[in-house]
Design a binder for this molecule. Structure first.
Ligand SMILES: NC(=O)C1=CN([C@@H]2O[C@H](COP(=O)(O)OP(=O)(O)OC[C@H]3O[C@@H](n4cnc5c(N)ncnc54)[C@H](OP(=O)(O)O)[C@@H]3O)[C@@H](O)[C@H]2O)C=CC1
Ligand SMILES: O=C1O[C@H](COP(=O)(O)O)[C@@H](O)[C@H](O)[C@H]1O
Length: 455
């Protein structure tokens, strides 16, 4: 492939073939009474609405769950979560958005509930146009996977798009996609019998994070990295994940599914694939997926480092309660012969404070000829002032509406190690790093530059 094919936004690698669609769009959040729906799904929809991606003339949003509540009760439950950390949206936006939201109560396996749901969707579709138009139906399963099969059966039987004029029905399913290989395959085949692969969006929200999405661009659009990103130059890669908070009411879910299925087999393994995979032929979803699968089958992660992995029933911790919240990728290069300061390292900080920095050896400023470790730092808040970085869910829901499966996935697994609450993680993690020949530069700490305080 010629280099020019990689260098322009409009070329075959970077371009997006999806065509904008219009017509009624119904977004149905199943499990609307739950944690994910209020914390992530509805706020993401709200931010898409504020940016004009969900025009009120076309869109309506329906919550569905067993809990018996009214439209207003659902609106009141989610209202306080909509703005999140962003306060730029005026309160009229919140009220206008909430007018688009309605609620239907029903079980996850009864014809009655889903017939009612279909009726509500159809009413909306009719009310939006005097004549029949194409209809788009997006079902977001913010539910425990145990109910996916019955919910998918009900959608298939009662709630599919019926317009002859086009449109679609798409189903977004949350991880974990099963408990082991057998249950994952069973779940896949149950859903696969009901929907075609292009209708199924297996969401892993880490794939929607800004710096995770930047990985392919970084790796394949920069000559700095192209010739160096291989085992001749890279000594080891660390993928680090920590959280401060505890299970916070989700203990039951962790009891059933476990921390490994919650974080490692999906989020971290997906990040691993993007770090390890070869260059895909293009950014088309199937080309990316092909390369990701190849990286899984040919390069088993030797050290997928989990700094967040204890689960004890006693105090309700589950991969939480560490001393900080952090997710980052550390690519450590091999030693430069004779160089004592430390290794070159390329760090991609996914959160908090999105940043990329390269640790390198420079001359210590001054009269003496001595060396010191420093960094080239691209901290997003400082470099992209005034730019709002979209939430992962926001981006992925928009991709679903646009029919872009590039950032959606498959499945996998790993193991766990205990650690002290409030610590920086298990001591074994450092031993594991050492075994992977990660060379820590003692005394060196990357910090937010002071000028960042101006923001
Ligand atoms: N919460 C989070 O931060 C994240 C969650 N996820 C994934 O999203 C999905 C939903 O998570 P979350 O919202 O936390 O889950 P919840 O436990 O809050 O469940 C969501 C809703 O599902 C219904 N429900 C709960 N348990 C059952 C059950 N055993 N049988 C039938 N219905 C049930 C309840 O609604 P009702 O009783 O009203 O029907 C509940 O309000 C999961 O797959 C999870 O892995 C992914 C990323 C982050
Ligand atoms: O999927 C999940 O992810 C969150 C962490 O997501 P983040 O975007 O805040 O890093 C985790 O807390 C939760 O347990 C898990 O279900």
């Amino acid at each position: 492939m010629g280099s020019s094919e990689w260098s322009h936004r409009s070329d075959s690698f970077w371009s997006n073939d999806n065509v904008a669609e219009t017509g009624c769009l119904s977004i149905i959040v199943l499990g609307a009474s739950g944690d994910l729906a209020k914390k992530k799904t509805f706020p993401a929809l709200f931010h898409l609405y504020c940016q004009g991606f969900l025009p009120p003339s076309e869109v309506h949003i329906l919550g569905y769950a067993r809990t018996k509540i009214s439209d207003d009760e659902l609106r009141n439950r989610i209202r306080g979560y909509l703005l999140g950390e962003r306060s730029s949206s005026p309160s009229e936006d919140v009220s206008d958005f909430l007018k688009l939201v309605k609620y239907v109560s029903g079980s996850y396996d009864s014809a009655e509930g889903f017939q009612l749901l279909d009726k509500e969707i159809a009413m909306h579709e009719i009310s939006k146009s005097s004549q029949e138009v194409s209809s788009r139906r997006l079902f977001y399963l913010a539910l425990p996977p145990s109910v996916y099969p019955s919910v998918c059966r009900m959608i298939r039987k009662y709630c599919m798009n019926k317009s002859d004029l086009g449109g679609w029905t798409r189903v977004v399913v949350e991880k974990p996609f099963g408990k082991d290989l057998d249950s994952a395959e069973l779940l896949s085949s149950q859903i696969g019998e009901l929907f075609d692969e292009p209708q199924i969006y297996r969401i892993d929200h880490y794939l929607g994070k800004e710096l995770v999405q930047n990985l392919l661009v970084l790796r394949f659009a920069n000559r700095f990295f192209l010739p160096l990103w291989n085992c001749d130059n890279i000594d080891n890669v660390q993928i680090v994940f920590r959280e401060e908070f505890r299970t916070e009411g989700r203990g039951g879910y962790f009891d059933e599914y476990g921390i490994i299925r919650d974080i490692i087999q999906n989020h971290l393994l997906q990040v691993f694939c993007l770090v390890a995979m070869e260059k895909p032929v293009s950014l088309k979803p199937e080309h990316i997926r092909d390369e990701k699968v190849k990286s899984l089958t040919t390069q088993i992660p030797q050290h997928l480092l989990l700094l967040s992995s204890v689960y004890t029933m006693k105090d309700g911790k589950a991969g939480k309660a560490l001393n900080s919240r952090k997710a980052e990728i550390r690519v450590q290069f091999k030693d430069v012969p004779g160089e004592k300061q430390g290794r070159n390292e390329f760090v991609i900080r996914l959160q908090p404070s999105e940043a990329m920095y390269m640790k390198l050896t420079v001359k210590q400023p001054g009269l003496e000829m001595s060396t010191v470790q420093s960094e080239l730092d691209l901290s997003y808040k400082q470099r992209y002032q005034g730019v709002t970085i979209p939430e992962a869910y926001e981006r992925l829901i928009l991709d679903t509406i646009r029919g872009d499966q590039q950032h959606f996935v498959r499945r996998d697994e790993l193991k766990l190690t205990p650690y002290q609450r409030g610590s920086r993680g298990p001591t074994e993690a450092d031993e594991l790093s050492a075994k992977a020949s990660y060379g820590q530069t003692h005394g060196y700490i990357w910090a937010l530059p002071p000028y960042r305080n101006l923001l």
